[in-house]
Write a new protein. Sequence first.
Length: 214
Amino acid sequence: MTTGRRVSHPLFARVFERASVAMDRAGGAGHRRRLVAGLHGVVVEVGAGNGRNFAHYPPTVTRVLAVEPEARLRAAARVAAAGAPVPVTVTEGLAEALPVADAAADALVVSLVLCSVADQADALREAHRVVRPGGQLRFYEHVRSRSSGLRRAQRVVDAICWPLLCGGCHTGRDTLAAIDAAGFTVTELDRFRFPTSTVPGPAAPHVLGAALRQ
C-alpha cells in the first residue's frame, strides 16, 4: 500500500536532532526506556525519527522494523541502528501506509509521532492492521490538555503557527480517544507534564502507556 506522499522537513529535522538529545538528558531517555520495556518478538516502530529509542530495546525483541518518512532523520536512524542492542532495519514509509504485512508484529511503537501524522485515524488503523491479535500498541505522545485554559492555547497555536514551525506537529490532538476508536484497549496509562515547568507550554501534557489489540 502506498500513498505516493513524500515527507520532507529538512530544517525541522535539524532542529529535532538537537532537541531530542536535550530532551533525553532532561528525562526523555527514561520515558523511552519505559516505552519499550518488556517488549518481545517482532516490533514495528513508526516514525522512528533519528533512532533515539533503539538503544533501549530489551534483548527479548528479536527484530525491529523502523519506519521513518523524513530523509535526514532516516539517515540518522540508520546510524543509530548500527549500534543498537537488537537487530534494527530502517526503511522509508508512512504511518498511514506501512510496508508491513497484516498481523506481522507483536507490538507497534509510536513515540512523539501521532501528533504529526497527516491522518491520525488512518495511522492508527494501519497500526491495528499490522499488530497481531493480542499484540500491543506502545505509545509516548504529547496530547490534548485536560485543562480548559491550556486547550484553548493549543487550539490557537495549532491554527496559527505550530504545525508550520514543527514539522506538521499538532499540540491538541485527542490521541487517547483515537487509539480507542481504532480498536485498541488502553491497559496502562501514565499522564505527566514534560518538560516540567511552572507555566506549561502547549505541548507539555504527555501520556505514556500500552494498549491491547483486540
